[in-house]
Design a protein around this ligand. Sequence first.
Ligand code: AMP
Ligand code: MG
Length: 488
Amino acid sequence: MSFKTSEHSGSGAGWRWDHSYKQLPALYFSHALPQPVRQPSVVIFNEPLAVSLGLDKELLEAGIFTGNIIPPGADPIAQAYAGHQFGHFTGLGDGRAILLGAHFATDGGLYDIQLKGAGRTPYSRGGDGRAALGPMLREYIISEAMHALGIPTTRSLAVAKTGENVERAEILEGAVLTRVAASHIRVGTFQWVAAHEDKPALEALSDYTRERHFPEIPAGEMRHFDFFEAVMERQAALIARWLHVGFIHGVMNTDNMALCGETIDYGPCAFMDEYDPKTVFSSIDRAGRYAYEKQAAIARWNLARLAEAMLPVLHDDQKTAVDMANEALGKFDGRFQFHWLAGMRAKLGLFTKEEDDASLIQDLLNAMQAHRMDFTNTFRTLSDESAMTTCPFEQTDLTEWHRRWIERLKRQPQNQAEASQRMRDQNPAVIPRNHLVEQALTAASEGNLEVMNRLLAVLARPYESGHLTEYTSPAPAGSPAYQTFCGT
Ligand code: AMP
Ligand code: MG
């Protein structure tokens, strides 16, 4: 099956819609309109993103960002999917998100435009279809920070208030986030069709996703298998990138893993300060299922669920299909390790490869954990050219480690300045630290957007030097342990 994209020109704002997703069988979506809200008002708008999408800010009314105004050419739907949530299988779907369609950006890329918090859909179950201002601003801040860090992610175009309240543990201001994504096709989308045992529909989804995200894969008999391996490769690379910056997604359910390889669904996620591989922030993740150090293993588990769902199209013979899936999955750990090691070498200024690099890296991480050192600042401190001569740390195990590292740097042809530059390009000086994000959100909930705007400006330049220490310092000593929440 081959899918055609077509362009439906919208208003003068620059919309150029594509609805090729709707060529898939009807089981993948339902028509659903956003429910208009009382009083749309834009809280934050991402001008650089709008420009790169080819949209004209002057012609984008506030009502577009709450669903009160449907842009001409848009054709709103809610997407169906299933998912394993903390290991348990459930039928889900967009319970509070409406997809307006996909938009052709000026750069030729095709991006889903989705309103998160736009009202009830056929998949809302008991939920109200709405979202609160704080969590939507939090997604905006963290997704844009991830983008600036160079990590594949969905983006945030705007957050608009609804002028209505939402009821959670307390009464909160309602808001809608406009999310921009390469697509919203998830592992859970494949699980949804697998649960319907509809092989033609499964084949159509696999072909559609491959054509949209992996057009380089030839359309031969092995195309579903090649597609699976390509998805796996992007996940291995993505999780490695998360680990390189200390990011913990927090809710890596199969419905929150996008096949395009972007980070998606910023719920209980957070960045760690002190290095501890067991770090968990989510209040409901008591077993540490989605802890920092578990993320690669969980990605592999999720990919195994994708492989299971895809078995009927991998091969007509069930046993052969299972063998093919197992063979592919068996490569995941190696691919993840490859990406992790490549990134860690870069974080330490290494251009060449030596057998002992993995243990050099692990010994540093062990010392960081033992001394409860800040993950981001340790690497950034080592990135300073002065660290190439003088050890910036006092502890004996670290001075010993530092001596080994300097010896190692001397065994490569690149000089100190080059190594140091490579490190500053890889080790961010700023990340969205939990206490700073909370300060920004608290101020925003009181109507003061300055704190957030200043933070966003800093987070947009994470690898530059010279940021104010208030943005580079960890949470003040004695701060309570940070907790994040689902059900926002
Ligand atoms: P999440 O934890 O955000 O990935 O959401 C898991 C599922 O619950 C998805 O199917 C969401 O669409 C749905 N959901 C979350 N919050 C709401 C809500 N307030 N109303 C309806 N559905 C929701
Ligand atoms: Mg989700």
